[in-house]
Design a protein around this ligand. Structure first.
Ligand code: CMP
Length: 139
């Protein structure tokens, strides 16, 4: 089925000026970027978005990293988009990411891992409206 998933191009990628290279990978995989904006996350946004990780030891570093520069938030659409984008991203830890994936090619570390993508339909349904109103999504 056609699905929508939520994506973030993280500060390590905006810093290195490779957002276009990441988008090329997304589009080559057959996913369509149907909403996109470049923003600076506030502490409330970064902390709230990753609230599910609040008790994890990496939470504070994650929140400050996500505020360390601009991010590009996106909605991607396509056949089986949630699983497909996770495949295109590769494993969270770039040292475990399969060749050709975004994280294998571009990520610097498990923190500076270039992209985020929703892990399930329920997550996508929460993450998309966290950043986008319906009128900003043009499929
Ligand atoms: P992301 O998909 O954005 O979701 C949470 C992020 O936390 C993850 O990508 C990683 O960048 C970061 N992170 C840091 N350490 C870990 C860890 N041990 N396990 C999972 N995620 C981690």
């Amino acid at each position: 089925a056609i699905q929508r998933t939520f994506s973030i191009i993280k500060p390590d990628a905006t810093k290195r000026n490779i957002t276009g290279k990441v988008n090329a990978k997304i589009e080559e995989a057959g996913l369509r970027i149907i909403a996109q904006k470049r923003i600076q996350l506030t502490k409330e946004q970064a902390g709230g978005f990753y609230a599910v990780h609040k008790e994890r030891p990496f939470y504070n570093d994650l929140v400050s990293f996500m505020m360390s520069g601009p991010v590009v938030v996106q909605v991607l659409e396509g056949e089986n988009a949630i699983a497909k984008y996770r495949e295109v991203m590769g494993a969270t830890n770039p040292s475990e990411a399969a060749a050709g994936t975004i994280r294998a090619e571009f990520a610097e570390s498990i923190d500076a891992n270039t992209v985020h993508g929703s892990d399930a339909p329920e997550t996508a349904a929460e993450e998309i409206p966290f950043f986008f109103s319906e009128d900003e999504i043009v499929g």
